[in-house]
Design a protein around this ligand. Sequence first.
Ligand code: FAD
Length: 483
Amino acid sequence: MTAAIVWFRRDLRLADNPALQAACAGNRPIVPVYVHAPEELGAWAPGAASDWWLHQSLAALAGELRELGLDLVLRRGPSLQALTRLIRETGADAVHWNRLYEPAIIARDREIKAELRRAGLEVHSHNAALLHEPWTVQTGTGGDYRAFTPFWKACRRREEPPAPAPAPTQLAAPAGGLPEGEPLDAMGLLPAIRWDRKLEGHWQPGSAGAEARLAAFLDDGLASYDEGRDLPAQPATSRLSPHLHFGEIGPRQVWHAVQRRLARDGAGSLTAGAEAFLAEVGWREFAYHVLFHHPGFPDEPLNPRFSRFPWREDDGRLRHAWERGETGLPMVDAGMRELWATGWMHNRVRMVTGSLLVKNLRLPWQQGERWFWDTLVDADLASNSLGWQWVAGSGADAAPYFRVFNPVRQGERFDPDGEYVARWIPELAGLPAQHRHAPWQAPASALRAAGLRLDEHYPRPVVDLKRSREEALEAFQLIKQAS
Ligand code: FAD
């Protein structure tokens, strides 16, 4: 029997993997390959934190395949050339992959599919990444959605996503064996200066890590998710985002695991926790829906009025203070330091840090989007663009522009004990909780007792919150009037 190639991309799992399942139907021999071709993603080649994750995730997938007697063949791009060579080496006559939705990848895959079919191969792409394909969810008039609530309602009216298939228990190798690939270390995914070691304590990339995260969340987080999800000091959210991004677990698996858990616990319908959690998975679907229908979304404001926004001229000083977590606004700095230390930031704090950059500092949202792209382990073109355009007020279902988050109020509300701030800014831990979100307003006695000298141990705010808010609103009036 001739072999089929399974082209792994961001579907780094064996369970619930339709491409793998289709390729090995009837115990057909398979050739599993990963092609490293970041240049094909153009301006949005993965950043450093993503590369770190990818390295670990490929190692995990290779280990799972090895247990089933197969080596993952690693090759370098260009993808079409790598696949063509592999076809020649193995005599494979079919290629399967799971779809991705970034504009550059859609264009590349379309070309590869056409070329391989022209060469007489059987080529199939499948859905592993979404509950519903972006083009299947349509408004009454056949258009795309720009608001989340009707989009999610439309998704919910559709059929339940199919139940995920289990991982295969055996896989056959081609009779002549598998060709050699390149060693993982040669892919250059790890940084030369090993700053990435700090990430290791926080994550377990790979499908086993993803399943463990999901299981822990179902046990400890799901029931109270609706109440805890906005509190960054609590481990109340699933932290599944990087696992979902790399396809170590799929949304169908998450969806059905939630349903099974509720059935086990005797819940007749979705609990408030489950409803809120699945809606967040829905936001991920929405992000892909918007990106699919608006390929320029990562670079250009969806609302064109914002392309005329009068951003501040910055010599880099404000942006650097923001990136390093040295703005003097504790809720912002804690978030930026959490990001730097762990490759992840709590969603509430992503909104707060984003709002400060775009509104108070009046720096273009694309600058924040880029920093997140490089530093997040869950950096995802669809969700990151949606998040930044939401914060900027220029996107689909975005926060209205005049909603400027006040980082002090946000801290007092969502981190009332100052626990999150103290965790990431230890120099503020000696202050009583009521002063941790605005140390520059703390009485001298409290600062003295905490051994904290402003400007020396921790900066004063780089921006006046009240005045910068007013300036932002004035700038907004300008683009409103001009349109
Ligand atoms: P949970 O609360 O447990 O949610 C479950 C899953 O739902 C997440 O893993 C994620 O896949 C999805 N999800 C949750 N919230 C959102 C959302 N608002 N938009 C889209 N999907 C969501 N998410 C990314 O995955 N990658 C990004 O690059 C990214 N960039 C963002 C940038 C900004 C400025 C903002 C405001 C949000 C961004 N998000 C991004 C969305 C969100 O912050 C993260 O998905 C979430 O914090 C991940 O943590 P979790 O897995 O514990 O989420």
